[in-house]
Design a protein around this ligand. Structure first.
Ligand code: DC
Length: 232
């Protein structure tokens, strides 16, 4: 079973995707970590955000391994554990330039599909997972929350990580990312089979239970469709 979760930064995707995957006993794929790892590599090599050819080459030469456990995603870039290093504000900024380049997207989409084939079942989270990477997924979710809630969540996350960041900087960063990213999941919003969830006033447990119920509903629906097909 492939479950995709898309939506803006701070909507709760990572937390929910990880917990849902753990409850279902299937891997969790954090695709944002791949874009972040490429951005970190570019920063370290001194490739400038406006050097498209340099960024593309940097992505092509990158070797990224993701170990997606139930409580923590370990990201290994060219043999080095960069799980912490990819989460800072500097990397946030550089990642937008990386994620805008179509050749880099194609390369990472290919790597994500390979992981999908290898695992067979997974919960994958990003911006384009249901629209581009796994359009035939069994369950496609678009998660959202008000900008205010998303800023609060990001702030708490960063404080917990020991990062001192101004609320205004987080707000500016999220606004900019919304502008860059929203078109990626937009096609899903008119698809009646896509589950759209506003998590602004939901607890993590409530969202996970809602999604588990939806997974059950879809499983029952496919089983019933298979029975009907067999009886013909
Ligand atoms: O989910 P995140 O904040 O870790 O994502 C980091 C950046 O990568 C963000 O700017 C959006 C981009 N991204 C993307 O364009 N497509 C994805 N599938 C995942 C992330």
């Amino acid at each position: 079973m492939i479950i995709t979760i898309d939506g803006p930064a701070g909507s709760g995707k990572s937390t929910i995707a990880r917990k849902l995957a753990a409850r279902l006993g299937i891997p969790y794929l954090d695709t944002g970590a791949m874009y972040r790892a490429v951005a970190l590599r570019a920063l370290r090599l001194g490739v400038r955000p406006n050097d498209a050819a340099g960024l593309i080459e940097c992505a092509r030469q990158s070797h990224i391994e993701l170990d997606c456990g139930p409580t923590f995603t370990r990201v290994v870039l060219d043999g080095e554990d960069v799980s912490e290093a990819i989460r800072g504000m500097t990397v946030n900024g550089a990642t937008s330039a990386v994620a805008r380049l179509q050749p880099i997207r194609e390369l990472l989409v290919q790597r994500q599909r390979e992981l999908g084939r290898r695992f067979g079942s997974l919960v994958t989270e990003g911006r384009d997972q249901g629209s581009v990477v796994f359009p035939d997924a069994d369950l496609k979710v678009v998660m959202d929350a008000t900008l205010d809630r998303r800023v609060k969540r990001r702030h708490l996350e960063m404080l917990a990580d020991g990062e001192e960041v101004k609320v205004q900087d987080i707000l500016d960063n999220l606004r900019e990312r919304d502008n860059n990213d929203a078109h990626q999941w937009a096609p899903l919003l008119s698809d009646p089979d896509v589950l759209q969830l506003d998590t602004s006033h939901m607890t993590v447990a409530q969202v996970v239970e809602r999604l588990l119920a939806e997974v059950e509903r879809r499983r029952a629906r496919s089983a019933s469709a298979a029975r009907t097909a067999n009886s013909r």
